[in-house]
Design a protein around this ligand. Structure first.
Ligand SMILES: Nc1ncnc2c1ncn2[C@@H]1O[C@H](COP(=O)(O)OP(=O)(O)OP(=O)(O)O)[C@@H](O)[C@H]1O
Ligand SMILES: [Mg+2]
Length: 248
């Protein structure tokens, strides 16, 4: 008997996209992210993982296919509309202003938007400082003077402050020590426990497979496999090892 699937928080259907008119970097991508779940995306360098996030966020409109979020078509949305929709992106590169203080970096996305956010900003700030006590200590310091791990904390705290329903996270552990990377993965699990839908890209394939509810493998712009962590214990596990040239 076929199972009835609940509607996805985010669903890509047959999405084709690319930076040049005649070159498709993504080809007919089908992928879903559910509320409260972690969807992992793995693949070799240049496979198109970050391009998927850029396409969802409207930086690269799809040439064909649809992107739906909470049942509405958001294909080709303007990136500045994301925050109002409850979509947040934690990019691989820093999104912080190095000369601004921790507190100003945290509040900027809220205070720069609607007046109603100003009222809740202070309450949320206290909530975030309870989750990330180091940031409370360093709230008046310029972000540029913090360690890489602390700057990552600011990125995650900023995302938490926006209370997104969907969080797109690109290579959060890159450049971090194994201990700090593990902290980052635990925050991501916390985000999912708070009912956010997570799309997670990371080179730590073993950790992504372990923590995700569903994993997609991307190769040369196409989804070549998908499954649950359990599926990756069998044949798929060997295939992914081969595709990624890794032992895990
Ligand atoms: N701004 C751009 N203009 C043109 N081509 C681009 C641009 N950004 C990425 N590409 C190309 O698109 C392809 C996919 O790149 P993408 O950054 O999405 O890969 P990735 O899977 O995220 O790789 P990595 O693991 O290195 O982050 C690559 O061939 C890349 O060179
Ligand atoms: Mg990338």
């Amino acid at each position: 008997m076929s199972q009835v699937q609940t509607p996805a928080l985010l669903e890509l259907r047959d999405v084709t996209a690319g930076y040049a008119q005649d070159i498709d970097v993504l080809r007919e991508i089908c992928l879903r992210v559910d509320a409260g779940k972690i969807t992992g995306l793995i693949g070799l360098n240049g496979a198109g993982k970050s391009t998927i996030i850029k396409t969802i966020c409207g930086f690269l409109p799809p040439k064909s296919g649809t992107i739906s979020y909470e049942g509405k078509d958001i294909s080709g949305i303007a990136p500045h509309q994301l925050i109002d929709l409850g979509i947040c992106c934690i990019p691989q590169e820093s999104s912080l202003f190095p000369y601004l203080s921790v507190q100003d970096n945290l509040l900027l996305p809220l205070l720069g938007r609607r007046k109603q956010f100003a009222q809740v900003a202070q309450t949320r700030l206290q909530e975030v400082f309870a989750l990330f006590p180091v940031l409370h200590q360093k709230r008046q310091q310029a972000v540029g003077g913090l360690s890489g791990g602390q700057q990552k904390q600011v990125e995650f705290a900023k995302a938490w402050l926006q209370k997104p329903r969907l969080c797109l996270i690109d290579e959060p552990s890159i450049g971090l020590s194994p201990r700090v990377s593990e902290e980052v993965f635990v925050w991501i699990e916390k985000f999912a426990q708070a009912q956010m839908g997570i799309l997670l890209i990371d080179h730590n394939v073993r950790r992504v497979v372990r923590m995700s509810d569903r994993i997609y493998v991307l190769s040369l712009g196409q989804v070549t496999a998908d499954g649950t962590p359990a599926d990756f214990q069998g044949d798929l596990h060997q295939q992914v090892q081969q595709w990624l040239g890794l032992n895990f």
